[in-house]
Design a protein around this ligand. Structure first.
Ligand code: GLC
Length: 646
């Protein structure tokens, strides 16, 4: 037996590359033959990429070779520990990267607000299946800092679940249950910062040199002022500035977000190694996707706004390599709330070329759709889509209407400037509109972080409230429902991964004022972070109820997308000239999407589009959205969206 092992070892060494670290070669020898063989194939492909990406960032460090070897060994260990079910998933997804185009539908929720605990989420799987969900993003559920923690985005431990939500074994069990139901679990992975309660921050506070080096420290007011001159502010209202005085260190920590969220120093290779280990550990618990939070902020460069720096892409591509070695089933999703033109690099389509994230939020599309709604004019969304590239196989846009954050308006500045308008004025107008402060607006949102009414930042509110649903059922909901349908029909038409935000499917309204006052912290985003309405949930099959209408609308769009929009390949999208300012017309293979952002009916000349449609003209109702079939040769009768007819 011993002989056989050593013979296998010797034979298998022949398939190895001598440049692989010795410790990795030794470890490969301990694996079963099939796993070792597959891992070697992955290493042949991934190791050169990993090495070159890490070299770009850390090549100058004296201990680079040891660091590279440790990072790689960690990934190989992780792969070795992967359970059989996850290993099989890896193999399946590796063999068919196009699996990502099989018509995923996402759902995003807070664990506590959706179902109390992770075990509660497992109990709601049938509900998610009924809605048609195949991807579940649970907002941060890892152990968070004490007190205010930015909705869990101040992580105190990557290896523990927040005790009130469950345990790591609950997480493992939930992932397995979800997988069995065809649903991938997505977890936030907050790369940019950690809570000041995290063990690394605590060690730094105690003066531990190793961990002091995990953060960015500034030592004078002048240095802070010089940095601030170039930086933006994420929370100017509730957390002004980007630095926080830490008395224990007699220095300022870099804190882009809240003062208790300390930015990590990725110039330190140990930070990268520890974060990669934390991510692979979660992947081995069964997390299938990571929402890489605030990726645009990861690298600091003096004299710049410290956004979207090239090193970020080397780091993300290195993370992708590690996943490709240790957990190829994993989907990396960039949360880079940046203008459209800044997004392709997060797919590895920028100056730093190579596989990077599989998915990225398209926040410009989301914000532009709301802006267009407020203006009754589709130009903003048309311009954003004109600048949105089609993506290669294995990459997809995440499209959405609402999420737990505000609608950040500033991402639209480049597009609005290109349209020849004054971005500040147009965005401030949108902000007033959704706060219900513009003529004709029935919206019930609120401006976010706006200290002065001319300064534009973001808008908070649930979809229907922003769409002007009359409060307390006092008036007709039809106009608001049509607008909600328009926005979701657009997200489902455009994105490879459309996302439903919890509560929208039940027609939930803003969080009530009394509850807002009772919630911890002054953050205006609480307005759209409701608890799941159990009564509405119970009514979801009643077509006369608001919950029933919204549930039918969104589950209907899921079905209709499956039936009408061909899946299985990346989406190729073309924005056409509709000849009508309020109407957006989009073409995908075999389908046409028509979206009226105006509040008035509008006739549309389909023949003028030269697509061979025999239906010469139609009249779109206010805020109507239609998906029409475009048969290859023969014109078909347009099929109106089920919900639009309802
Ligand atoms: C992301 C999250 C947001 C959070 C911020 C800081 O943008 O979506 O909710 O406040 O990161 O972690």
């Amino acid at each position: 037996m011993g002989d056989t092992m050593s013979l296998e070892g010797t034979a298998s060494r022949e398939l190895c590359d001598p440049s692989w670290p010795a410790a990795v070669l030794d470890h490969l020898d301990t694996l079963t033959a099939p796993r070792a063989a597959l891992l070697k194939q992955r290493l042949h492909h991934q190791f050169p990429l990993l090495r070159s990406n890490l070299q770009q960032v850390y090549g100058q460090h004296a201990g680079f070779d040891a660091f590279l070897s440790a990072v790689l060994l960690q990934a190989v260990h992780s792969a070795a520990q992967r359970d059989d079910e996850l290993w099989a998933l890896d193999v399946a997804r590796e063999a068919r990267p196009a699996w990502l185009h099989d018509g995923l539908v996402g759902y995003c929720a807070y664990t506590d607000k959706f179902a109390g605990t992770l075990q509660g989420v497992a109990a709601r799987v049938p509900y998610l299946q009924e809605l048609g969900v195949s991807y579940l993003h649970l907002l941060p559920f890892l152990k968070a800092g004490q007190g205010a923690n930015d909705g869990g985005f101040a992580v105190a431990s990557f290896d523990e679940v927040e005790p009130a939500l469950g345990s790591m074994s609950d997480l493992r069990a939930l992932c397995r249950t979800l997988r069995g139901a065809g649903i991938s679990l997505c977890s936030d992975f907050v790369l940019n910062h950690i809570s000041h309660d995290h063990a690394w921050a605590q060690a730094a506070l105690r003066g531990d040199e190793r961990y002091i080096g995990y953060f960015h420290w500034l030592h004078s007011e002048a240095a802070v002022a010089e940095r601030e001159r170039h930086l933006n502010q994420v929370f100017p209202g509730t957390a002004p500035g980007n630095f926080t005085w830490v008395p224990e260190r007699q220095a300022w920590a870099w804190t882009t977000f809240y003062p208790y969220q300390w930015d990590l120093n990725y110039a330190n290779p140990a930070v990268f190694a520890d974060m990669a280990a934390a991510m692979l550990n979660l992947a081995n618990h069964g997390v299938e996707s990571f929402r890489l939070d605030s990726t645009g902020y990861l690298w600091k460069r003096e004299g710049t706004d410290c956004l979207n720096q090239p090193e970020i892409h080397h780091l993300l591509q290195a993370l992708r390599c590690l996943c490709a070695i240790a957990a190829p089933a994993v989907v990396l999703k960039a949360e880079a709330i940046m203008p459209t033109r800044e997004l392709p690099p997060y797919f590895g389509l920028g100056p730093v070329q190579g596989p990077e994230c599989h998915v990225a939020y398209h926040s410009s599309l989301m914000a532009a759709a709301w802006l267009s709604l407020s203006e009754g004019d589709a130009s903003a969304v048309h311009e954003v889509l004109r600048n949105t590239p089609d993506l290669p196989e294995g990459c997809a846009w995440l499209s959405y209407v609402r999420c737990h954050d505000d609608i950040g308006w500033n991402v639209l500045r480049p597009e609005l400037a290109a349209l020849g308008s004054d971005p500040g004025e147009r965005l401030a107008q949108a902000s007033r509109f959704f706060a219900g402060q513009a003529p004709g607006s029935r919206a019930r949102g609120a401006a976010f972080q706006a200290s002065d009414t001319r300064a534009v930042h973001g808008t908070n509110g649930m979809t229907l409230a922003l769409a002007g649903l009359p409060a307390d059922g006092d008036g007709s909901p039809e106009a608001a429902l049509a607008q909600m349908h328009l926005l979701y029909a657009l997200a489902f038409f455009v994105g490879g991964l459309p996302l439903i935000y919890m509560g929208d499917e039940l027609g939930q309204d803003n969080v009530a004022q009394a509850e807002l006052s009772a919630r911890q912290g002054p953050d205006g985003r609480e307005l759209h972070r409701p608890w799941l309405d159990e009564a509405a949930l119970a009514q979801r099959h009643d077509p006369a109820s608001m919950a029933g209408r919204c549930f039918a609308m969104l589950s209907g769009l899921v079905r209709q997308r499956r039936a009408q929009l061909p899946q299985g390949a990346p989406i190729q999208l073309r924005a056409l000239d509709s000849g009508r300012p309020s109407v957006l017309v989009l073409q995908r293979p075999q389908a046409l999407g028509v979206f009226n952002f105006g509040a008035s009916p509008v006739p549309l000349d389909l023949a003028a589009l030269n697509l061979g449609l025999t239906e010469p003209a139609l009249t779109l109702a206010p805020h109507e959205a239609l998906w029409l079939r475009l048969p290859d040769t023969r014109a078909d009768q347009p099929d109106r969206a089920e919900q639009a007819q309802a």
